[in-house]
Ligand binder design. Structure first.
Ligand code: ADP
Length: 151
């Protein structure tokens, strides 16, 4: 590919693919989970971002590597501290829905400077929407790397 044709192909790919086409399975814990156990989950599941849900699987928060690093700088008992203390909560969570395009996902990653965005169900009230997936920077790069297969 050269110049304009790459540009067109990338634009098409980002507009034609929906979040539902590219999303992965979310890794989630409950708000009472200790920071220690959440960090262990981060390693075991090989992710950089963990989501926090309630008993209805409604999204409550997002905790990333930096959140965990910050809390480990202090003199804290990580085994006793709940992940709810370090997570980012509503109304500050950036989310996506299945019907959003990969382009809007890329724009949100850029605008809000986040690595990973939770995908939630189509309910009207965000605070009462179920967590259904995740879109990370890696999912978006993977989509672009498949440019040859998509044409
Ligand atoms: P890392 O900490 O691994 O660099 P991020 O850059 O994604 O990951 O996270 C930076 C900050 O943004 C953290 O405080 C985290 O809680 C928050 N954050 C991460 N993802 C989201 C999101 N989808 N919506 C809102 N805040 C988020």
């Amino acid at each position: 590919y050269t110049g304009k044709s790459i540009e067109n192909a990338l634009g098409d790919i980002l507009k034609q693919n929906k979040v539902s086409d590219i999303k992965g399975l979310p890794v989630a814990v409950s708000e009472e989970t200790s920071v220690y156990d959440a960090i262990v989950t981060l390693f075991l599941e090989d992710v950089g971002t963990i989501f926090v849900v309630d008993e209805n699987n409604y999204l409550k928060g997002v905790a990333s590597r930096k959140d965990f690093l910050k809390i480990t700088l202090g003199d804290n008992d990580l085994g006793k501290m709940p992940v709810g203390i370090v997570m980012t909560r509503w109304p500050n969570i950036v989310t996506l829905r299945d019907e959003d395009t990969a382009l809007s996902a890329a724009k949100k990653v850029e605008e809000f400077q986040v690595d990973c965005i939770p995908v939630i169900s189509d309910d009207n009230v965000e605070e009462q929407a179920e967590l259904t997936g995740r879109v990370s920077k890696t999912h978006l790069v993977k989509l672009l790397a498949e440019i040859d297969e998509q044409r």
